[in-house]
Ligand binder design. Structure first.
Ligand code: BDR
Ligand code: CA
Length: 310
């Protein structure tokens, strides 16, 4: 089984990503580390526990991490995710405990404890926890197999500023540390995630599963898509974060290119922009596989089938 740590700021789309991971026998979720992002940490850590319980996996370990970015003030996205970050379904208060260990300590300890080259970090939020772990324990860079992340955008533009995608914008300094770390990166930018839209038909197919998990997922997606439908006039909202997990399960759903990506940390206008050297113009070393195309039908088929098992 592929050993993963999920670093997340749930978030309805984070929630669906966590459900997909917990539903997949190929993946061993070593722990879920939580960061401030879509909403403050007190909400994101609670939301992560709610989702583990919804999935019927209360034994999953959830660790709280950074409550603010490395340098900048926290920017949140209640305008997309609602006040709690998980608006939509009425999920019960979680009863499973939060782990006492800090998320950053867990990441360092677990990556050192596991054999070198087996742990994949799946990042679904701002990269603060990962950057803190790399700064504290630079040796882990050589032990992490890869980071598969949702973040950035290039031809699609940004979603929190004209230039920047939310996860990178919230902590561009952390993103800079991660992109310079030498760890192989697989990047799911907005260019990909805007192709996986929660159309009515796709939500109905999930609803038709008829399980409590399916019903809650429908309510999450119906809340989440409101923002994008109004803003962009699309049929459905982009299911960003589950792309990360889908890639681990079925990499053939995605197509991209190996290239260099650098993070803008200096300009207020383009802060957090992922500067993707798609055409190899700079001759900077390759540090990422940036995805650009996804088989959206295949993605929803996979997601729906897996949700059925929870
Ligand atoms: C990313 O930002 C958050 O709002 C979503 O959860 C996703 O991780 C998309 O830009
Ligand atoms: Ca997220």
């Amino acid at each position: 089984r592929q050993k993963i740590i999920i670093d997340t700021d749930p978030g309805q789309d984070d929630a669906v990503a966590i459900l997909l991971a917990l539903a997949s026998p190929e993946l061993e979720v070593l722990g879920i580390t939580v960061v401030a992002g879509n909403v403050p940490l007190r909400w994101t850590e609670k939301n992560a526990r709610k989702i583990c319980e919804l999935a019927g996996k209360p034994q999953t370990r959830v660790f709280a991490g950074a409550s603010r970015p490395l340098v900048r003030n926290l920017v949140t996205a209640e305008h997309v995710h609602g006040r709690t970050g998980l608006d939509g379904p009425d999920l019960p208060e979680p009863t499973m405990a939060l782990q006492e260990q800090h998320a950053v300590d867990f990441i360092v300890e677990e990556v050192r404890r596991q054999p070198a080259g087996v742990v994949t970090l799946c990042t679904l939020g701002p990269l603060t926890n990962i950057a803190l772990a790399l700064q504290r324990a630079p040796d882990i860079a050589l032990r992490v197999q890869q980071i598969v992340m949702m973040g950035g955008g290039f031809s699609e533009g940004g979603n929190i500023t004209p230039a920047a995608e939310f996860n990178i914008y919230v902590d561009p300094h952390a993103a800079h540390v991660v992109f310079e770390s030498g760890i192989p990166l697989v990047v799911m930018p907005l260019d990909v995630t805007h192709q996986v839209l929660t159309t009515r038909k796709r939500i109905a197919a999930i609803g038709a599963l008829g399980t409590p998990v399916a019903q809650a997922t429908v309510e999450l997606l119906e809340f989440f898509e409101r923002y994008d439908e109004l803003k962009y006039g699309s049929d459905g909202g982009p299911l960003h974060d589950p792309c990360v997990i889908a890639y681990l399960l079925k990499p053939e759903l995605f197509q991209g290119r190996e290239c260099n990506v650098t993070i803008e940390c200096g300009s207020e206008l383009t802060m957090g922009m992922t500067v993707v050297d798609w055409w190899g113009i700079t001759h900077r070393p390759i540090n990422a596989t940036v995805m650009r195309v996804v088989d959206a039908q295949g993605f929803f088929k996979l997601l729906t089938r897996r949700l059925k098992t929870l």
